[in-house]
Design a protein around this ligand. Sequence first.
Ligand code: PEP
Length: 250
Amino acid sequence: MTFNTDLPIIAGNWKMNGLNQSKKEIGSLLKKITNISKSNVILFPPFTIIETFAKLTENSGIFIGAQDCHHEDYGAYTSAISASMISDVNAKFVIVGHSETRTANNYTNNIIRLKAEAAHRNNLIPIVCVGESDLHRKSGDQFNFVKAQLEESLPQSTTRDNTIIAYEPIWAIGTGNTAATKDIVEMVNCIFSKLNSMKSNKKDIPRCLYGGSVNPSNSRDILSIENIGGLLVGGASLDSSQFSEIINLI
Ligand code: PEP
């Protein structure tokens, strides 16, 4: 089972949800998906069940990833999980720089870049999250803020094949306040013009997902936005009916 860089990506971030018993959700999800070969479906369960989920989904068309990684591969970092450990249990992706982990740990863009580099070193594809707060948007600073995040969080080694970006406005995450199409279009254009200025080769420009209160009713419109390569879904990915409905729209 290989990641197909030409297909849309539908990623589900379970955050701090999921126990061993949640493995039955994988069976229900697989039963409800009618078009598994039309997209790359990636689930991000908590660390404790990554290995179980990776075994359960082997060759099913669903990939498994982790929600964060440390920037070093091993060492005296109590409680931390490295990209090498994640790779060791057959996960293929890792989210870095999700706004919830950035805020909780005061992560700088520099740390996010080191995490993305650790992912590359260990054959994981990082989803690098960027997105402005309500305050930045209200002060009209959203574009400069996201451009600086891209400049400082993306490793030199970034290519379309080894990295994914997710634009997740913080005010849209878990609030039910999905960004308006116009706002997504403006920001995605800004992201791609910044990426074009950073990369001389088109093959090095990663794809961009949208995340922030995505659900079955708004996903079709968001997916039809030019240059949106897929969706990063939080809350709605916990429900196999809603998540499969989003996947089946592709
Ligand atoms: C997320 O956690 O990345 C997210 C976008 O959450 P939600 O879909 O619940 O807003």
